[in-house]
Design a protein around this ligand. Structure first.
Ligand code: DSN
Length: 478
């Protein structure tokens, strides 16, 4: 019955859309067909449930609701208040957090809210208290000017992009690298692992206001208790970006020192990666920062996306079910199967393996750049993304790595045998791919030549597995 309802709901919705812009209806149908027929290994992607997806397609999209629950800049927000309160309550319960802010539209937005909350809490509030002012509007022009200079002269220490950190952790082309004086910590060149002593030494020397932990391409767990000790020693605020592994925290795979929420002053996340919710962001905070984070909209954010907050509530309710813990454990077990499959076939992995949901394959041993490998794999129906490896000689555009993740295919029901087969297929494609040449005949970092028949053979083998684990099994569009 549920399958029939979902099939009929989507079929009818697409018919309604087609009456206005048939090309959008067609692209939507095609996206489902493409996602169903390819091996999705992008570590930051997943498949949200029909309930989560459907929650986003409603009239909540039409409502403005700047402000916070019970304190809005618009009338008529009673239902948005219900939605936002429920989403925050589920989030607090799910993560054991004192405070949850569910308005951020994305991970970058969540991080901006966190940065500005830290600046408000640690720079603005003490300045206002010292000057006896209630808010910045009461400051003299000279005091305001001096506060502005203070905002712009704070320090942030985060993990470097090529070691696995995120753009928003102080990478100079990102706003986080411009609004702060930034320095980066890396990983041990010999092992690829985080060296906490080196992080501590850098923190002692640099004395950051913000120490950022978390990653988007580091295939190992982090000890957040140790990161908090480092932050406390130098008087920094510990901010953890758990966007990638929030599902593993929610699913209780990462507990104790590996659970950032009790250790960090502020934890940020997206909601659509391993957490398997709608596309969006969230900030969790200790009480000390709650009032500052609550000012995220309109301090940094535009009006909340109420339809997405509603879908966050639905996704968090799903993640509170016991089945989500089974899922999260399977994500990690499967990543290990994938890594073992590569190692048994002679591949090189950054850090030599994984203990989270990410496998970072160094493709230089196949004589390829990440860009060439990514394109060759896509031709063969394997969707990945290229990624830098530590001290990457090919930089952030061409790269030397391929980042793989298990959250999406685990949602489809892939297990050990399938992930071992995925490793075999990827190694087959890469060993049969040669670097191409530029138009002038020189070496190229982008073009490549895929061996005859490899793409079709790989697609056939993938389809065999994918058909055994269909995406949205009961959903049939007619
Ligand atoms: N784009 C996300 C990722 O792929 O890791 C992070 O922003």
């Amino acid at each position: 019955m549920t399958d029939a309802l979902i099939s009929s709901a989507y079929t009818q919705a697409l018919e309604v859309i087609a009456q206005v812009e048939p090309r959008i209806a067609e692209a939507t149908r095609q996206e489902l067909a493409d996602q169903r027929s390819s091996l999705k290994l992008i570590a930051s992607e997943n498949y949200a449930s029909p309930a989560v997806l459907m929650t986003m397609g409603t009239w909540f999209s039409d409502k403005y609701a700047e402000g916070t629950v019970g304190h809005r800049f618009y009338a008529g927000c009673q239902n948005v208040d219900t939605v936002e309160s429920l989403a925050a309550e589920h989030a607090r319960e799910l993560f054991g957090a004192p405070y949850a802010y569910v308005q951020p539209h994305s991970g970058i937005d969540a991080n901006l809210v966190a940065f500005w909350s830290i600046l408000a809490n640690r720079v603005e509030t003490p300045t206002l208290a010292r000057l006896g002012a209630k808010n910045v509007n009461e400051l003299s022009e000279a005091d305001w000017e001096s506060l502005r200079h203070e905002f712009g002269n704070q320090r942030l220490l985060g993990m470097s992009l090529d070691a696995g950190g995120h753009l928003t952790h102080g990478f100079r082309p990102n706003i986080s690298g411009k609004m702060f004086h930034q320095q980066q910590y890396g990983t041990d060149p010999a092992t690829g692992l985080l060296d906490y002593d080196a992080v501590a030494a850098k923190a002692r020397e640099f004395k950051p206001l913000v120490l950022v932990a978390g990653y988007s391409a580091y295939p190992r767990r982090v000890n957040f208790a140790t990161m908090r000790e480092i932050a406390d020693e130098v008087g920094a605020v510990l901010m953890v970006d758990m966007a990638h592994f929030a599902g593993l925290v929610a699913g209780k795979v990462f507990t104790g020192d590996e659970d950032p929420v009790p250790h960090a002053h502020i934890t940020t996340t997206t909601t659509h990666k391993s957490l398997r919710g709608p596309r969006g962001g969230m900030v969790l905070a200790q009480e000390e920062f709650a009032a500052d984070v609550d000012r995220g909209c309109p301090m940094v954010l535009g009006g909340p996306l109420s339809h997405v907050m509603a879908a966050k509530a639905v996704a968090f309710a799903e993640a509170r079910q016991p089945s989500f813990r089974t899922y999260a454990q399977a994500v990690v077990d499967n990543a290990r199967s994938l890594a073992d499959g590569f190692l048994q076939r002679g591949a090189t992995l950054v850090t030599g393996g994984t203990d989270n949901h990410i496998v970072l394959l160094d493709v230089s041993s196949y004589g390829l750049t990440g860009r060439q490998a990514e394109s060759a794999l896509l031709d063969a129906g394997v969707v990945t993304n290229r990624n830098s490896v530590p001290a990457d000689p090919n930089g952030a555009w061409y790269t030397s790595g391929i980042r793989l993740g298990t959250p999406a295919l685990t949602t489809r029901g892939f297990g050990h045998d399938e992930f071992d087969r995925v490793a075999e297929l990827i190694v087959d494609v890469l060993t049969q791919t040669q670097p191409g040449t530029t138009k002038a005949g020189g070496p190229s970092k982008a073009s490549y030549v895929l061996g005859d028949g490899v793409a079709d053979k790989t697609k056939d083998a993938s389809v065999e597995m994918l058909e055994k684990h269909p995406l949205y099994p009961g959903l049939e569009l007619t």
